[in-house]
Design a protein around this ligand. Structure first.
Ligand SMILES: NC(=O)c1ccc[n+]([C@@H]2O[C@H](COP(=O)([O-])OP(=O)(O)OC[C@H]3O[C@@H](n4cnc5c(N)ncnc54)[C@H](OP(=O)(O)O)[C@@H]3O)[C@@H](O)[C@H]2O)c1
Length: 259
């Protein structure tokens, strides 16, 4: 088969959580351009409508579904709904995650710790169990988890540590499950992005403008990642092109971890 054909996704359906903005939207766009039909999830109805319209304008097959994935019961509801109304899912990208607070560990409330773990880890487990589990009898599947370089490296300016802890756990979940499900034809890999200019980081930059230059100066390439730069890697992991790769955590960081 010609090598570029290995990246084609016609006939495949992909679900991308947090697919309405930032890295999720760019991964959804890449998979859709390769021929996949895509299911996008998000919590904000306006962002869902806008993302759906953006991808539809490109001629892509897209459906959007609302769910607040900081709530484990919402993740369970979403998984059941997708199995019932939009099966089968061939490619699952567990992209939702992040943190909106920067509280030191000594002051971090238990409920905030739990909320960050639920948003970055628990919902990925729930959707993987539900939608990945349904891949087993079909003997083909791709699961891609969005970790972070903070799974291996505690950010100097970060506080609270629930975010790094959850991303570290997500990478180990990726590896352990990859070993379990290899026999079923399902690959499980993770992407560990470095700093990308998405809304999440624009918010931090808005609070402290020097942050933008400080981060860029700490990256050998001298700049932040552009969200579209994650699309090709997601497509590789989602497609037949990565048929011998499982349990890998691929760093995409402009060389950030080298310094
Ligand atoms: N950007 C980076 O530099 C960077 C670096 C390392 C790792 N990552 C990881 O990459 C992933 C994507 O990051 P990003 O920067 O693209 O994030 P983002 O710009 O904040 O976008 C997040 C997406 O997730 C959705 N979302 C947020 N909270 C949600 C919730 N409670 N329930 C459902 N959907 C929710 C948003 O949709 P709504 O607005 O509709 O809710 C949006 O589509 C995250 O897991 C993040 O930890 C990012």
């Amino acid at each position: 088969m010609p090598v570029l054909d290995l990246f084609r996704l016609e006939g495949k359906r992909a679900l991308i959580t947090g697919g309405t903005r930032g890295l999720g939207l760019e991964m959804a766009r890449a998979l859709a351009e390769a021929g996949a039909s895509v299911l996008l999830t998000g919590s904000n109805p306006e962002n869902l409508t806008q993302a759906e319209a953006t991808l539809r304008a490109g001629g892509h097959d897209v459906t959007s579904l609302r769910a607040d994935l900081s709530q484990p019961e919402e993740a369970e509801r979403l998984g059941a709904l997708v199995l019932r109304e939009h099966p089968p899912v061939d490619i699952l990208i567990n992209n939702v995650g992040g943190r909106r607070i920067n509280t030191p560990t000594e002051d971090l409330a238990l409920e905030d710790w739990r909320r960050i773990l639920d948003l970055n880890l628990t919902q990925a487990f729930i959707l993987t169990k539900c939608l990945g589990g349904a891949m087993i009898p079909r003997r083909w599947g791709r699961i891609i988890n969005l970790a972070s370089i903070n799974a291996f490296w505690p950010g100097k300016a970060m506080r609270g540590r629930a975010y790094e802890t959850s991303k570290g756990a997500l990478t180990m979940f990726t590896k352990a499950l990859a070993a379990d499900w290899a026999v079923h034809g399902i690959t499980v890999n993770a992407i560990a992005p470095g700093p990308f200019l998405t809304d999440a980081n624009r918010r931090w930059i808005g609070e402290r403008p020097e942050f933008e230059g400080e981060v860029a100066a700490g990256i050998p390439m001298g700049r932040w990642g552009r969200p579209a730069e994650i699309g090709p890697l997601a497509l590789y992991l989602a497609s037949e092109a990565s048929s011998f790769m499982t349990g890998s955590v691929l760093v995409l960081d402009g060389g950030k971890l080298l310094w």
